[in-house]
Every structure is written in structure tokens, then in C-alpha cells.
Design a protein around this ligand. Structure first.
Ligand code: NAP
Length: 266
């Protein structure tokens, strides 16, 4: 995506993949202070670690507790920021066909991605967010972290049980922010419990049609995988690094065929 955007923008730049052990992360971040670098993209599990290695972490990334991109300033300072939350907002609003403001949302999961999702929902004005997680304590901690963001309410329930059934029954939007569907087979929640006007948004984008998306579509619900979130967060990062916006279309054209054929690598 990024290399297609560099080419389209006529910028002599390159996005490279570094596969690092944890002990190597600090060195890679330090190297990005050099004049050849525009910045860094960061993926799980190093988003919290990189937040501790940069010179400044922007407000939303501080609140979320994770940096998924770093931009290098002209004087070599590194600023950490987060595009997962606005990327989620852009992707999910496209899927829903209307804004998140006022929505009642159920989010399955309480890991790194769920942090950006729950923050993104509350910051966009969601009315109620219910976090449903397998490990109850992580769900509770996530709800506590974001209480007070926006004017909506946020609470946590176990992934299995009566409370999640009730929450799904009145949801406008159900989000899968677990790895279920990618690594583990199956669905994080039962789409049969959702109202007919609800939207299902799965952060997983490999395989292209995850079980939960297939089930939701079979029921006639609006449903989308996480590819538009992936593209939107990347386009936002590219704009911060280069000053060139509007690259989502170029990125979609580059990544679409790859995602359509992708399978999970063990
Ligand atoms: P993570 O930090 O490892 O969190 C994983 C979450 O999944 C935890 O809440 C975990 O619950 C839950 N989980 C895992 N296996 C489960 C199972 N068998 N049953 C029930 N719950 C299970 O992962 P992450 O970084 O948040 O990523 C989550 C997913 O989002 C991944 O598939 C990733 O590819 C995707 N993602 C997509 C985008 C995008 O742009 N579309 C961006 C970021 C992430 P416990 O707390 O109980 O362990």
C-alpha cells in the first residue's frame, strides 16, 4: 500500500518490513532518527513498547496506550501517534452507511485493537459501548480506561452469558476485535441475536470473508471485514509522513487483490 502511494505521489521513498525480536526494537526506533527516515509503522505486539521509546506521544495515542505510527520531525525528534482509531471510524462508518454518533455498540475483544475501537466509538459520540471479552478482567480494565471519553457509557460483560445476549439484542453495531475468525475458527458472537438493522464489522481481513461476515450476510445484515480500516489507517499515516493525502484509492487498488487471495500463515 505504502509503496504504491509513494509511486503515485512521485516520492522517492520506500516502506520496508522489519521483522524484529523485542530486544531489537529500541535500536530500530533509534535508527529512525536518521535523516533518511520519514517515520515508522508499528504493529502488534510492539505498539505499547514503541510508545515508551519516542520523544512525544500525541494525546489520543496516550489515551489509547498504543502507538501504531511514528513520524520523524525535521530535527530528528520522533512523535508517536495512532491511526487505528480514526481508521476504524472511517472503515466502520463506510460499512454502517451512517456516523457512529448515537450508536449502541458491542465490541468483542479487549486486546490492542479493541482499545482503538472502543476509544474510536466513544470519541465519535457512540451512545453506549459494551465490551464482551473472554477474560473478564481485561474487559473491565478496558472499560475503566475509557470511562469519561465522549458522553456515552461503557461497560464490560463476559463474552458468553445472558448479558451479551441482551446487549446484542439492542445493538446498532457489533464489532469483532478478537482474533477469532483469523486464527481460531468460528464467530466471536451469534449474529442471530442482532436486530435486522444492525451492522457487523470484523477487524479481521484474512480470510476476506470471515465466518462472522458470512453469517451476517446470510442473515441479510450489513457486514464488512477490516480491510477498509487497514486502508484508512495507512492513508492517514502516509499523509503524516509525506504531507500527501487522498491515497486511500491507490492503496485500495494495491492491496485489494492481495487480500482477496490471502490466507493465514501459521
Ligand atoms: P490481541 O491484542 O492479541 O487481542 C486478542 C483478543 O482476542 C483478546 O481480547 C482475546 O481475549 C481475544 N481472543 C483470542 N482468541 C480467542 C478465543 N479463542 N476466544 C475468545 N476470545 C479470544 O490482538 P489485537 O492486536 O487486538 O488484534 C485483534 C484482531 O484485530 C486481529 O485479528 C488483528 O489482525 C485485527 N486487527 C485489524 C486491524 C485492521 O486495520 N483491520 C487493525 C488492528 C488489528 P482474551 O483477553 O481473553 O485473551
Amino acid at each position: 500500500m505504502h509503496n504504491a502511494a509513494f509511486a503515485a505521489a512521485g516520492i522517492d521513498g520506500r516502506y520496508e518490513l522489519l521483522e524484529l525480536d523485542e530486544a531489537e526494537v529500541a535500536g530500530a526506533v533509534a535508527a529512525a532518527r536518521g535523516p533518511d527516515f520519514l517515520g515508522l509503522g508499528v504493529t502488534a505486539p510492539y505498539k505499547p513498547l514503541v510508545a515508551s521509546l519516542v520523544d512525544e506521544v500525541e494525546g489520543d495515542a496516550q489515551t489509547i496506550g498504543a502507538v501504531n505510527n511514528v513520524v520523524r520531525t525535521d530535527d530528528g525528534r520522533l512523535i508517536g501517534f495512532n491511526t487505528d482509531a480514526p481508521g476504524f471510524q472511517a472503515g466502520v462508518e463506510l460499512a454502517m452507511g451512517h456516523p457512529l454518533a448515537g450508536a449502541t455498540v458491542v465490541v468483542a475483544g479487549a486486546g490492542g485493537a479493541a482499545h482503538a475501537v472502543v476509544f474510536g466509538c466513544l470519541a465519535a459520540g457512540a451512545r453506549r459501548v459494551t465490551i464482551a471479552n473472554r477474560t473478564a478482567a481485561s474487559g473491565e480494565a478496558l472499560a475503566a480506561r475509557f470511562r469519561g471519553v465522549g458522553s456515552g457509557s461503557v461497560s464490560a460483560v463476559p463474552l458468553d452469558g445472558a448479558e451479551v445476549v441482551e446487549a446484542l439484542g439492542s445493538a446498532d453495531l457489533a464489532v469483532n476485535a478478537t482474533t477469532i475468525g483469523m486464527i481460531d475458527p468460528g464467530s466471536a458472537f451469534n449474529v442471530e441475536l442482532l436486530p435486522p438493522a444492525a451492522t457487523v464489522f470484523d477487524l479481521v481481513y484474512v480470510p476476506a470473508e470471515t465466518p462472522i461476515v458470512a453469517n451476517a450476510r446470510a442473515r441479510g445484515l450489513r457486514a464488512a471485514n477490516g480491510s477498509e480500516m487497514l486502508i484508512a489507517q495507512a492513508a492517514l499515516a502516509f499523509e503524516r509522513w509525506t504531507g500527501v493525502g487522498g491515497m486511500a484509492g491507490v492503496m485500495r487498488a494495491a492491496v485489494g487483490p492481495l487480500l482477496a487471495d490471502a490466507t493465514v500463515r501459521a
